[in-house]
Every structure is written in C-alpha cells, then in structure tokens.
Design a protein around this ligand. Structure first.
Ligand code: PLP
Length: 377
C-alpha cells in the first residue's frame, strides 16, 4: 500500500497524460505559451477569479504574492505556527517576520479570536503588521469571512496559503478565490498534482496579476527591459499540460477522497474511540490533502511503531511547529509559546489518502490502528 498512489492515477489517465506531454514536446512550447495559458484560463474559471498565474511552485507563489504586496524588511505578517515551513520561510526571505497566532485545536487552522488580540498588542508595541497569511490546512479553509473582516478593519492584506486546499468550498465559494490573493501548489502528492514542482497564484486584482506576471520572469514586461527585481519562477509548460490533463478528473477525485475520508471516520468512530477524527466545519468542505487524526494521551508513538512493523504507510504533518524549528530560533519563541500547535504536533497522524484507495486497504489501515492502540509496546 502507498501513502499516495500516483501510479494508480497514471494507469487510469495514461493516454491523456502521455498525449499532453507529447503535444507539448512536439510543439516545442517549453517555456510559458499555450500550455500554461490553457491551464491558467481553466483554473481561473473554476475558482471564479479574473486571473490565475502559473508559477514554479507553491513556495514561489507565496514569495511572489508577498513581493507583489511590497512586504518590506521588519514588517510582520500574521500566520499559523502549525504549517509547512514554506508559509513562514518566504517572509523571512524578504527580511520580514512571521507574527504567529495559535491554532484552533478542532480545525488545526488559525484561531481567528487570537488574531485581533495579537494585532492590538503588536500595534501598541509599534510594530508594522502588514497582512495575514492564513493556511487552509489539510484541505479545509479557516473562517475567511472573519479573517477578511479583521483585515479590512486593520488595513491589512490577506493572502491564502491554499497549497493544500485547491477545490475546497467555503460557503458558496472556492479556496483561492476568497481573499486578495490565493496560492496553490501542484507538488505531485497534492490533490491536483503535477509530475514535478508547480503552483498557481489567483487574484481578481489586475495590478497584482500584472506584477506577479512581471516578477515571475525576472521583472520584465518587455523582453530584456527589467522594471523590477524578480526571479525565474515560471510554471513549467510540460507540468502545466499534465495538470490540465488531470484537472479533467478533479471533480470525481475530490468526491472519491471525501468518500474515503467518510469511510475512515465511520470506522474509527465505531472501533477506536481513543482516536479523534477530523472535524469539517458545517459551512465548508475539505479536499483532504491529508486525512489527519489525533491520537492523544501519548499513544501516537505506540501506534506508529506498530504501523511500521505492519508496513502500513503514514506521515506526520507536522512534527515540529515552525516557531520551534532550528531555522527560526532567532525569533526567541520557546516551547509553551503556542500550546495548541505544540500539542497538535505531538498528536497528529496522517493516514494513506488518495482518490484510488480501496475500502479493503482502508480497513487494513484501521486494523493496524486498532492493534497499535491495543499493543503493549
Ligand atoms: C501549507 C503549504 N504551504 C506551502 C507549500 C509549498 O508548496 P511547494 O512544495 O509547491 O513549494 C506546501 C507544500 O508542501 C504546503 O503544504
């Protein structure tokens, strides 16, 4: 069993994916051009925004979004300490600072109640807080209406880190189209994945879209005339063609992931009361980039030891919150700074999840968990 079975997906759409790659090579469209434009147009229409701009990765997209917002050294951006490193890394690359706010332990997303308190405190201290970068972790958005409201009250930008949530619904809209900008990732194991790195930035703002397009090609709008300091952060054309081929099946795949998640949750709730299944808020959907449970009471290690013995794959997203990462020790935030994020890091466990997982495989995983919880090791 694989944690994410990309081979099964390839076998299903083999003809479409192979043709898309061949076409791109035959036409020699290796850098931007039609394959990237076709994907940008399809995904902008799907999300319901004016602009989608293909970029080299989710990390590139986040960096470009903050550059387009003109984030300056020493300025601060509110975000969660319980995320993948890229979310906060891009701030530091611009010599700006993450202003962490603890998570809501139910959803694992930013606790919106804490944002206002942090803002008031930092502004009193004279800090320049410029924006909020909420992460839609595991494939579910945080309370975006509340986040947008706080942002407009305090004059902040909002960029969604939607690297795990492409396709997720929030009220009657989609992730990536909920704020000033949204950024997703096509890393191969994502719900909509490429066969290498890739990402996309979404916005309704014409000026921001123009700036992102300019920055992704070394700051040029006209060839060899460089108006900004930019970088090479283009979406690769072959990757764009692959993602577009897979996108034709994306709706069915999300449904399959959601059904698999429901199956997991039913089985766990029936058989393993010690394990807490993911909570999806009533006004949203989750695309389950990760199906992540909580194993409290110090039992996680016992369970993972057993899963390893049985050859059942799993992952921990994430074992160390960002503020405790060695690379962030300069912030001076020790253990105890964000108790909910720290507890989550000790308790979360992601189970194998993809659109092609079978009920038998899921039962096998659950049996592994049941035995792991009951084992004496
Ligand atoms: C929450 C989050 N942010 C950012 C990224 C970075 O995306 P990429 O790997 O495409 O650079 C990822 C991907 O792993 C992610 O999960």
């Amino acid at each position: 069993m694989k944690f994410v079975d990309l081979d099964r997906q390839y076998q299903r759409y083999r003809y479409e994916i192979d043709s898309a790659i061949q076409e791109t090579i035959k036409k020699g469209q290796f850098v931007l051009g039609k394959p990237v434009e076709d994907l940008e147009n399809a995904l902008a229409a799907y999300v319901g925004v004016r602009h989608a701009i293909g970029v080299g990765s989710g990390t590139d997209g986040l960096l470009l979004a903050l550059m387009a917002m003109d984030l300056r050294p020493e300025e601060e951006v509110i975000t969660t300490p319980f995320t993948f490193i890229a979310t906060a890394e891009v701030m530091v690359l611009l010599r700006a600072k993450p202003l962490f706010v603890d998570i809501d332990p139910e959803s694992f997303n930013l606790d919106t109640g804490g944002i206002r308190d942090a803002l008031v405190k930092r502004q009193k201290a004279g800090a320049r807080v410029r924006g909020i970068l909420p992460v839609s972790l595991y494939g579910q958005c945080p309370d975006m209406d509340e986040i947008n409201e706080i942002a407009s009250e305090f004059g902040l930008f909002v960029v969604e880190d939607a690297c795990q949530s492409f396709g997720a619904e929030y009220k009657d809209r989609l992730s990536c189209g909920l704020n000033a900008m949204g950024v997703t990732s096509f890393f191969p194991s994502k719900p909509l994945g490429a066969y290498g790195d890739g990402g996309m930035v979404f916005t309704n703002d014409n000026v921001m879209a123009d700036m992102i397009k300019c920055l992704r090609v070394h700051g040029q709008r006209v060839r060899y005339r460089h108006e900004e300091i930019g970088l090479n952060a283009r979406l690769d054309s072959i990757q764009a063609a692959i993602v577009l081929a897979k996108f034709a099946h994306f709706g069915e795949e999300i449904k399959a992931r959601q059904e698999a998640a429901e199956r997991y949750s039913e089985l766990i709730n029936q058989k393993i009361p010690e394990i807490k299944t993911p909570a999806v808020m009533p006004d949203r959907t989750c695309v389950y980039a990760q199906y992540t449970v909580r194993i409290p009471g110090g039992l996680r290690e016992k369970v993972t030891t057993h899963l390893k013995q049985e050859g059942i794959p799993f992952a921990i997203h994430y074992p160390i919150p960002i503020h405790l990462q060695p690379a962030f020790k300069g912030l001076g935030l020790g253990p105890g700074s964000f108790p909910h994020a720290e507890k989550a890091a000790e308790e979360v466990l992601s189970l194998p999840m993809h659109a092609f997982i079978t009920p038998e495989e899921q039962e096998n995983v659950i049996n592994g968990l049941v035995e792991g919880i009951g084992s004496k090791t």
